[in-house]
Design a protein around this ligand. Structure first.
Ligand SMILES: [Zn+2]
Length: 202
């Protein structure tokens, strides 16, 4: 087996260490990708938990504000709609795309690909799904929204009573699931795909 450094393109033979141990390029010390078994069950569990958390975080209020005897609850989509009503169309669109459309697309694509690979099927549209996943991993920003909610809740603390809703806990779970999913190397799925199709990936 030969390994290619994706930083300096040097081709080298792996050291005698176990294939799961990370190895570094002899020329530039960049970490080399060593094909390893994809942890499909772990990834699928995270993707499915993420979808459940996504549904809950968009169904139940993220925060409830109480002031002068009045109470107001807000979900993510209500917040987006309120921003649009106040003329902040750009903010509304960016929030909607980065915290709703992209995370949902990411979780559904993971589920689609993982379910098929787990059953030893070749997922339809695998290449497009993987290219889309790689691209949107950088633009889906649930964690930023969670941070914004916490900051806003602290800032509003003097003006109103802020009660975290079920939605914010679901948002936290969603952030963890998406974060852990991104720690898995997508190249492991390509390796499995190429094994299933019997063809060389890329
Ligand atoms: Zn290198």
């Amino acid at each position: 087996m030969l390994l290619v450094c994706d930083h300096c393109d040097t081709v080298q033979t792996p050291s005698g260490r176990a294939p799961t141990v990370s190895q570094h390029c002899a020329r530039c010390d960049h970490e080399l990708y060593v094909p390893k078994p994809a942890r499909l069950d772990h990834m699928l569990a995270l993707a499915l938990t993420g979808i459940v958390a996504f549904v809950i975080s968009n169904t139940y209020p993220v925060v409830t504000l109480s002031a002068h005897g009045r109470e107001r609850s807000a979900t993510l989509l209500l917040a987006v709609s309120a921003a649009a009503d106040q003329g902040a169309i750009a903010v509304a669109v960016i929030t909607l795309v980065a915290t709703f459309v992209l995370p949902l697309t990411e979780l559904l694509l993971y589920t689609w690909v993982l379910l098929a690979l787990r059953e030893h099927h070749v997922p339809r549209g695998f290449r497009s799904a993987m290219h889309t996943l790689r691209a949107i991993r950088h633009w889906s920003m649930v964690e930023v929204f969670l941070l914004a909610v916490i900051v806003a809740a602290v800032k509003l603390g003097d003006l109103a009573t802020v009660t975290p809703g079920i939605g914010v806990f679901a948002l936290f779970v969603l952030t963890c699931c998406v974060g852990f999913l991104r720690r898995f190397d997508l190249r492991d799925l390509w390796t499995l795909f190429s094994r299933e199709t019997g063809a060389r990936a890329l």
